[in-house]
Each structure stands twice: as structure tokens, then as C-alpha cells.
Design a protein around this ligand. Structure first.
Ligand code: PMP
Length: 436
């Protein structure tokens, strides 16, 4: 496979941008080699600067649920762009998109648009502190909520230990306001509330974590979080930036909370809600949301928030993400997850296929010890097996996430040709993993 152009582009990029990238995972740090510089994408296919075409399992990390460059989404964007790129004033489409979100997730009584998932979680946390007048936030080890200082806290061990900064540049004072608990561990949550209950503003959790590989919540875990938070006067923030409108039409909450009859106080969205352009949002209970400026004292703003071109992409995406789309995404996820497991099994690689709705990943752990349920176990896997698997796939024209700690993203545009490309590549990739 010729990668001359990508190599030259990477060298040039490194001369002017740290690591040559705009977001770290793109640099192939954990798998090695030259990141492919991409030139175009359509449906399930993505083409690099050397003209190599790959079946895509990254999907821009989630937004591309309809596949890349869906004609209706591109048309909506072109139409909106021709009318002006940004006004810095309200538009009708923001209300339309907010109503579509509310239709799918009725817990969203009010919604504020922002441009990135990080802004959405940052706003949710500020709002929770503003509403409760409490300082502390509980997060779970292995959950990613964007790069706001307070939520970069390292995967802490033990219960309710005050976290150390997870990134240089985060002050200890900020990190000390985050309690990091083991995921899926309700006892740890109860203990944290027993000790710090009257100082905890919010618990933030990925609705179904997919940033330590996929680690679904144990049955009842999210519901119990909701119950503990209500009992102690803290807010539950469900981060659906990744799962929203992907795990199902109403996100992960639609599969779980809607069935069980409970609602989080706040939810955050990103990725699919913007259809590939920068739209994210925080929404939830009216009395909480109305603490936001201009109605309330919690400040939040954005020059490009609710941008007319970006909301056009989001609205067109949600309008086309119908039952048939979710059915196809589910079928494709089944086929590839099964193919991956079969290939790893045939090659003798111990693994657990981790699954949450249409999201999946493989963890290289001993399946006799059960699936991965927390970050400690996720980190204990045979991480070294992933790089050879990844590079074998890449050489065979399959673009998988360049880290074992990411979900594999499929789309409704993954047709039989794309699925077969992936299925045919998996056995050799699994053998490469076995040989590592
Ligand atoms: N929350 C979750 C669950 C995410 O997966 C991500 C991004 N992967 C974010 C928040 C941050 O979103 P963004 O990258 O748009 O800031």
C-alpha cells in the first residue's frame, strides 16, 4: 500500500502543529506508524491522500451514523451555507432541532446548543454547581467527558479518594473537586455520598461508557445513580455525547431510562446531533436549565453556538435517522462483532466482545473472568495485541480506531460490500494479534 503522500503530509504537519494533528488520537501514538491523511469519504468508505480506499470503522468518532457525505445532509448544508454562514442571532432551525431532540428524549424540557461535547459537559457541571451551590463532582474512572480541567482527573483507585490531576496544567485545587470512583461500583457511590453527600453537586457518567473500550452499565446501575442523586439532592448528568441518537433513536436513555421510567436531571449530546458539523447540546429539566443566562445566574455563551450551517447538518441527519437506519446499524454491528469474535476465537486470542446497543469493541482479556466492567480491568488487558490487529486491517483496506480503548463505529451506509471487506480482513488481523 503506497503511503508516500500521507508520510509527506505528516512530516509537514509535524513542522507546524504539535504531533502533526488537531486531536491526539489521530497521531497513531498507541499503534505506531503513519496516520493516513484523509482526502474524501462517502458512505462507508474513506479515501486517503494516496488514493487508498478503506471501509471505515471510525465514522469520525460517531457523527456519521448515516455514513459519510449522505446526499440529504450535504444538500441541507449547501442550502444553508448559501444563505449565510453565521448570524450571531437566533434562527428558526435551532428550535426545530431542539424539538427533534425533545421528541426523541422527553427528559429534555429545555436545551442549549454549544459547539463541542466538551462545552456541553462543562456547562452541565457549572449548571449543577450553580443550582446546588455545592462544589464536588463525582465521575467514574475510564469515563471521558471532554477535556475540561475538572473532568480530566486520572482514573483514581479506591473509593472517593481525592483525585490527582490527570493532565499537566490542571491545578490540584481543581482536581480536588472531582471524586473519581470505579465504574459500575454502587457501593463506592454510596460511600462517597455518605462521606461527602452534602458537598456533591453532581454525578456525571457516560450513559454507556465507550472511552475505555465499550463497558456497558450493569443492569440497574444508571437507575441506582439516579436514585442516590435524588436522595442526596445532587444532579445526575448523563453524558450521551457518544451514545445519543446512536445507541438507538433516543440514545442510551431511550433504551434504559425510558423503559424503567426515570429521567436524568441533565443530558449532554454531541456527535450525531451535529451530523458531522460542530453542534453539541446540554438539556434537561426545565427548572435546572432555566438557571442558565439570560434567565438565570449561570453564565454560558458561544459566538458560533446554534450555527445555521451546523444545525442544518444535525437536523437533516436526525430527520433521516429513522427506524430503518437503526435497524441497519444494529445488523451491521452484529455482523462485524460476530466476525471479530469468530476470527479472534479461531486464532486462539482470549477476548471479550464488549457490547452496548450498537456500540462494540474487543477487549483482550480472559473471557472466563467475565466481561470488562470497569477501568482497572480494561487497563489490564493485552493492549499489545491491538497494534498488529489494527495495522493488518489497515493494510487490507479497513480503517479501525487507532486505539484499543475506542468503540468501533458503524453506519447505516455499511452495505454488504463494506461489511464483506471487513469480515474478509478479520481472520488475518486476528492471526497477527495472536502472533504478538
Ligand atoms: N463526552 C463523551 C462521552 C465523548 O465521547 C466525548 C468525545 N469523544 C466528549 C464528551 C467530548 O466531546 P468533544 O470531543 O466534542 O469535545
Amino acid at each position: 500500500m503506497d503511503t508516500t503522500r500521507s508520510e509527506a503530509l505528516f512530516a509537514a504537519a509535524q513542522g507546524v502543529m504539535p504531533g502533526g494533528v488537531s486531536s491526539p488520537v489521530r497521531a497513531f501514538g498507541s499503534v505506531g506508524g503513519t496516520p493516513r491523511f484523509m482526502a474524501s469519504a462517502r458512505g462507508p468508505w474513506i479515501t486517503d491522500a494516496d488514493g487508498n480506499e478503506y471501509a471505515d470503522l471510525v465514522g469520525s468518532w460517531g457523527p456519521a451514523i448515516l455514513g459519510h457525505a449522505h446526499p440529504a445532509v450535504v444538500a441541507a448544508v449547501q442550502e444553508a451555507a448559501a444563505l449565510g454562514l453565521t448570524f450571531g442571532a437566533p434562527t428558526a432551525r435551532e428550535t426545530e432541532l431542539a424539538l427533534e431532540v425533545q421528541r426523541r428524549v422527553p427528559a429534555v424540557e429545555r436545551l442549549r446548543f454549544v459547539s463541542t461535547g466538551t462545552e456541553a459537559t462543562m456547562t452541565a457541571i457549572r449548571l449543577a454547581r450553580g443550582v446546588t451551590a455545592r462544589p464536588l463532582v463525582v465521575k467514574f474512572a475510564g469515563c471521558y467527558h471532554g477535556h475540561l480541567d475538572g473532568l480530566l482527573a486520572a482514573a483514581g483507585s479506591g473509593v472517593a479518594t481525592l483525585a490527582l490531576p490527570g493532565s499537566a496544567g490542571v491545578t490540584e485545587a481543581v482536581a480536588a473537586e472531582t471524586l473519581v470512583l470505579p465504574y459500575n461500583d454502587l457501593t463506592a457511590v454510596e460511600e462517597a455520598f455518605a462521606t461527602h453527600g452534602d458537598r456533591i453537586a453532581a454525578v456525571i457518567t457516560e450513559a454507556a461508557p465507550a472511552n475505555m473500550g465499550v463497558v456497558p452499565p450493569l443492569p440497574g446501575f444508571n437507575r441506582a445513580l439516579h436514585e442516590v442523586c435524588s436522595r442526596h439532592g445532587a444532579l445526575l448528568v448523563m453524558d450521551e455525547v457518544l451514545t445519543g441518537f446512536r445507541a438507538g433513536p433516543g440514545g442510551w436513555w431511550g433504551l434504559e431510562g425510558a423503559e424503567e421510567g426515570w429521567e436524568p436531571d441533565l443530558l449532554t449530546f454531541g456527535k450525531v446531533v451535529g451530523g458531522g458539523l460542530p453542534v453539541a447540546a446540554v438539556g434537561g429539566r426545565r427548572e435546572v436549565m432555566e438557571h442558565l443566562a439570560p434567565l438565570g445566574p449561570v453564565y454560558q455563551a458561544g459566538t458560533l453556538s446554534g450555527n445555521p450551517v451546523a444545525t442544518a447538518a444535525g437536523l437533516a441527519t436526525l430527520q433521516h435517522a429513522d427506524a430503518a437506519v437503526y435497524a441497519r446499524v444494529s445488523t451491521v454491528a452484529d455482523a462485524i462483532a460476530t466476525g471479530l469474535s469468530d476470527a479472534l476465537g479461531a486464532a486462539g486470542v482470549a477476548h471479550s466482545i464488549q457490547r452496548a446497543g450498537t456500540l462494540f469493541s474487543a477487549a483482550f482479556v480472559d473471557p472466563a473472568e467475565g466481561p470488562v466492567t470497569d477501568y482497572t480491568r480494561a487497563q489490564s488487558q493485552d493492549v499489545f495485541r491491538y497494534a498488529p490487529l489494527f495495522h493488518s486491517l489497515l493494510e487490507q483496506g479497513v480503517h479501525a480506531p487507532p486505539s484499543v480503548f475506542e468503540a468501533w463505529f458503524v453506519s447505516a451506509a455499511h452495505d454488504d460490500a463494506a461489511v464483506n471487506r471487513i469480515l474478509e480482513a478479520l481472520p488475518a488481523a486476528a492471526r497477527a494479534a495472536a502472533a504478538a
